[in-house]
Design a protein around this ligand. Structure first.
Ligand code: SF4
Ligand code: SF4
Length: 104
């Protein structure tokens, strides 16, 4: 498992760098995040949960989203919008209101 960081969307907030338990993400000279040690990523998902501008794609296993599928997240106010994108570019969105997230 690994992630891909989209430098066009990265705003350089550094949150993914701070939370990566393996210290795998670094900052380039433009101040944007990039994945320095791809092979060492064990897919903990900490970085994508911190990236609220949808700049990190997390590669899903073939049994979850299909080969080549990715997961990303965007935050808008109280809403977290999770996006599953398949290899053909089809997107499914799961919208969760953070205020309701811990209600059972
Ligand atoms: S959390 Fe997202 S926007 Fe912030 S530095 Fe990482 S990739 Fe860039
Ligand atoms: S998924 Fe986890 S281990 Fe991999 S880069 Fe993100 S924070 Fe680091």
């Amino acid at each position: 498992m690994s992630i891909k960081i989209n430098s066009n969307r990265c705003v350089g907030c550094g949150r993914c760098i701070e939370v990566c338990p393996g210290n795998l993400i670094k900052r380039n000279i433009e101040g944007k995040a990039f994945m320095k040690h791809e092979k060492d990523c064990w897919g903990c998902t900490a970085c994508i949960k911190e990236c609220v501008v949808d700049a990190i794609d997390f590669f899903l296993g073939a049994d979850i989203g299909g080969t080549g599928s990715t997961l990303s997240i965007q935050s808008k106010g109280d809403l977290n919008i999770w996006k599953v994108k398949d290899i053909q570019g089809n997107i499914q969105e799961i919208v969760i209101n953070k205020k309701d997230a811990n209600k059972y």
